[in-house]
Ligand binder design. Structure first.
Ligand code: GDP
Ligand code: K
Ligand code: MG
Length: 272
């Protein structure tokens, strides 16, 4: 039996999809220490969890922190990213961060029923190529695509291949490589999680730092130097640089994969 985590932006349809996948096997408990509902159920003989909605892995609220901690510490065998397909670009901001974790990832484009009405077409093959993750289109509320999704879940759990990691600019990537080489990060066993950790160190992510042993002084000095050099290069603070580059990746993937039909508009002579 393996574990699957449903994650995604608030209102992307996670709970509706969870219900469609688990039927009567679902039960509701509580996460330890917080008053957040924990929904767990079964799909294809595996445990599946409905996590609180998040926009980013740099969380603010206790619910968001819970989702991040679960994804990072409990190592689910498969992460299912539930995407409101009518909001692709915004959703991909989280997707690219999930891809950084080096875990198997499956993208579910939900709200299929609304796409035609809104004049949106998504090239799922292209999206799958660009993210290195399987993509399944469903409507959780109408119940379409659920059987295909169940098959895709089974396949992902068998294949266990990691999502493609989006790359930052060459300048940022060079620092990431240097940071990964430090002994401090060798305490983290998995290579891809080291990469994620290096990015968190550049961002000076407090949640991450508080979960790690104290930084050795020389390493801490080196990180401060990296941050100073990044500020000098981009004229922006390191956290903002990372956020900006992530948004640009999300924007580019959405642009590449999404075709929006132009609404019919009468001709206006003055606009020539
Ligand atoms: P969550 O916050 O991610 O758990 O999202 P919910 O499952 O609570 O769904 C948010 C809203 O979207 C609810 O009103 C759902 O009925 C609606 N919804 C979920 N899936 C679909 C879908 O496939 N199509 C449409 N049109 N609405 C959906
Ligand atoms: K909701
Ligand atoms: Mg929900």
């Amino acid at each position: 039996m393996q574990t699957i985590a449903l994650i995604g932006n608030p209102n992307s349809g996670k709970t509706t999809l969870f219900n469609a996948l688990t039927g009567t096997s679902a039960y509701v408990g509580n996460w330890p220490g917080v008053t957040v509902e924990k929904k767990e159920g079964m799909v294809g003989g595996h445990t599946i969890l409905d996590l609180p909605g998040i926009y980013s892995l740099s969380p603010y609220s206790p619910e968001e922190k819970l989702s991040r901690r679960y994804i990072l510490d409990e190592h689910p065998d498969l992460i299912i990213d539930v995407i409101d397909a009518t909001n692709l670009e915004r959703s991909l901001y989280l997707t690219t961060q999930l891809a950084e974790l080096g875990r198997p990832l499956l993208l579910v484009l939900n709200m299929e029923d609304l796409l035609e009405k809104e004049g949106i077409k998504i090239d799922t093959k292209r999206l799958s190529q660009m993210t290195g993750s399987p993509v399944v289109t469903v409507s959780a509320s109408k119940g379409t695509g659920i059987d295909t999704l169940k098959q895709a879940i089974g396949q992902s759990l068998e294949e266990k291949h990691a999502a493609l990691c989006p790359l930052f600019s060459n300048v940022v990537e060079r620092y990431i490589l240097h940071i990964i080489e430090d002994d401090y990060l060798h305490a983290i066993p998995k290579e891809r999680q080291r990469r994620w950790a290096a990015i968190k160190l550049i961002e000076e992510d407090e949640l991450f730092l508080s979960s790690m042993p104290p930084l050795p002084e020389a390493f801490s000095t080196y990180l401060a130097q990296v941050r100073t050099e990044l500020v000098a290069h981009y004229d922006d603070d390191p956290e903002a640089i990372i956020i900006d580059q992530r948004y640009k990746v999300a924007e580019q993937i959405a642009k590449d994969c999404q075709i929006r039909k132009q609404k019919a508009k009468s001709f206006n002579f003055d606009s020539i």
